[in-house]
Write a protein that binds this ligand. Structure first.
Ligand code: DGT
Length: 575
């Protein structure tokens, strides 16, 4: 039988989408549910789909009846599904955007379409403002307000990009510019250089003696799709991906001032300008001026020194205490990637990760690490293949075997355990005792009041087996708002209990937020920069966590995974 290259993941996605489209069309709910059920069953099916199709055993999988059998067979053999293509064509194009509105599901979209004929996000926003949703069946004022808030968030999200999803493009552009014979020097600037978690555009600053030629070179780069503005010193373009890029061109003499100005933040710039003014000087993007003329600076270091400040790294330039610290020479030595000695919070293919422990060990060693803290999901996270006690024991046997062969590397036995709604952890003490460390995490029931969510997490921190708190707010940047929680109370409690707080390095999370890292450090809380990797590739996300920690004033002494293998074992692993 023919075999297409379609993956199981793609098939699951198509089945889910069919379920959603059927819901959007207001079709029989049993029909859409059948597709969702089939998608779930395929998720837990561990065999080979093509083989099941060939052997005619597909219908042995739970939830796969005759009709679904035919459709999955068509997908597996041809890579396409006629029924799906047709359904997609029959759906108004705006529904896809409407589905991205947080809190708005397919059922509600169908009602809105059916009763009000609304097909786009713009029409929906207008209808909310006109108060037209309140009377719809199952709606009301609260729902309408929620949808309007969702639309506003969607707009906010669509104007920004994850740092992690654009930094490589930015660095590639910079490297291409580096090949231009007219370029003297260049740097990323703006929020990207400050390593903010989300950014609006790529800002690049260049210095040259031939602005026109450099501009010609830039706009003719293969990835530049549209020129929006071309001035003498400022060029704005869009890349083929739609990403906006702003290129500034200055002279070498102006470069340090322009770099400082364009790095921002605006608030930091204002504080610097006012400091210059208080010294009888004037600072702008072209230079630093005294009554008697210009003050030459060859670098940003010189500029800070000219204002009696020690150098402020770009990540700290948010006007959040950096001026005062630099005046006193108290800017901390910020953590660097090279300070890390080990990685915690890594998933294996025993829960929802992609790689085996052995491969993860090899990759971690290659990164120069001395230890790896495995933390698969716990039993209540059934959707992620959470481990039951037998699976834990099997994993621990495997870890013991690996450790017995390693002289200079240790695999620590951990778990990412669920914090249940009542604040308890989903294993009993006997099971928790088996681990070297326990990372407690909230993955369910986000819709609690701030008071209840805070109490839930505080109770989890009281569990003597809990070593760390994972991603404290559950946010997904540009996709899901944090659940309401009093982070100050959580941090204070972690300080009192000696619980470590994770800085989750996944570029979608970056949670603990840098704005709270500084407070945590001040309270004496130790942090762990954790990749939360679900495969070898994910281990390298650690660089984004390091950025967040740096923005949060974290030094190596504040971060437990800067400790060597023996110290971490003695100080932080459960005995
Ligand atoms: P973004 O683009 O929202 O991610 O954030 P930034 O910080 O990259 O902002 P952007 O691209 O508008 O401007 C780059 C830098 O230029 C900004 O960080 C500081 C500086 N800048 C821009 N406009 C102003 C301004 O009106 N006043 C001051 N003091 N600085 C500004």
């Amino acid at each position: 039988m023919k075999r297409s290259s379609i993956s199981k993941k793609d098939i699951i996605q198509i089945l889910e989408e069919i379920g959603t489209i059927l819901e959007l069309k207001g079709d029989n709910p049993f029909k859409s549910r059948a597709y969702y059920t089939a998608a779930r069953s395929l998720e837990s099916f561990t065999g080979d789909l093509h083989q099941a199709v060939t052997e005619g055993t597909l219908s042995r999988i739970k939830g796969i009846g005759k009709a679904l059998n035919q459709k999955i067979t068509e997908l597996v053999t041809t890579g396409k599904l006629g029924y799906y293509e047709q359904l997609r064509k029959s759906m108004p194009a705006g529904f896809k955007d409407m589905l991205r509105i947080p809190g708005l599901g397919a059922k509600k979209i169908h009602i809105i379409y059916d009763k009000l004929g609304i097909e786009t996000v713009g029409e929906l926003e207008y209808a909310c403002l006109e108060n037209r949703l309140v009377e719809l069946p199952g709606f009301g004022e609260k729902t309408q307000d929620g949808i309007l808030l969702g639309i506003q968030r969607l707009k906010k999200y669509s104007e920004r990009h994850l740092y992690g999803s654009i930094i490589d493009t930015a660095e590639q552009l910079l490297a291409l510019l580096g090949k231009c014979p007219f370029l003297k020097t260049s740097s990323l600037a703006g929020s990207l250089r400050r390593c903010n978690e989300t950014v609006k555009d790529i800002d690049i600053l260049t210095a040259t003696n031939h602005p026109d030629l450099l501009a010609d070179y830039f706009v003719s780069l293969p990835d530049v799709a549209t020129i929006i503005e071309r001035g003498e010193t400022k060029i704005r373009v869009k890349l083929a991906s739609g990403l906006p890029v702003e290129l500034r061109i200055v002279s070498e003499k102006e470069f340090p001032f322009a770099l400082h100005y364009l790095t921002g933040s605006k608030e930091h710039n204002m504080a610097m300008r006012s400091r210059a003014r208080s010294r009888g000087l004037k600072l702008n993007e072209y230079g630093l001026f005294s009554a008697s003329g210009t003050i030459a600076c060859r670098s940003e270091h010189d500029l800070f020194h000219a204002l009696d400040l020690s150098y402020i790294p770009p990540e700290l330039r948010e006007n959040m205490g950096e001026m005062e610290a630099a005046e006193k020479g108290e800017i901390p030595r910020l953590i660097r990637h090279s300070d890390l000695r080990g990685l915690f919070h890594v998933h294996t293919n025993q829960s929802d990760g992609m790689d085996a422990i052995e491969s993860l060990v090899a990759a971690t060693k290659e990164m120069g690490m001395e230890y790896l803290g495995i933390a698969d999901h716990s039993k209540s996270a059934f959707y992620a293949g959470g481990l039951d006690v037998a699976a834990i024991k099997a994993q621990h046997d495997m870890i013991d075997r690996i450790n017995s062969l390693e002289k200079h590397f240790t695999v620590f036995k951990g778990i990412e355990a669920e914090i249940l709604p009542d604040g308890s952890i989903d294993y009993d003490d006997q099971t928790l005792e088996l681990f070297d460390f326990v990372i407690a995490a909230v993955h369910s029931q986000f819709k609690m009041s701030e008071e209840d969510m805070t109490a839930r997490i505080l109770k989890a921190l009281d569990n003597p087996y809990v070593t760390m708190l994972a991603h404290p707010t559950g946010r997904l940047l540009l996709a899901r708002e944090p659940y309401p929680v009093d982070l100050v109370k959580i941090i204070d409690h972690a300080a009192a209990r000696g619980t470590i707080i994770e800085v989750n390095a996944n570029p979608h999370r970056l949670d603990l937020d840098w704005r709270f890292c500084k407070y945590a450090v001040q309270q004496g809380v130790k942090l762990a920069v954790n990749p939360d990797a679900h495969g070898i590739q994910g281990l390298h996300d650690i660089r984004f966590g390091i950025n967040t920690a740096r923005k949060g004033w974290v030094s190596p002494a504040d971060c437990i995974n800067c400790l060597g293998r023996e110290s971490i074992q003695i100080s932080y692993m459960n005995q």
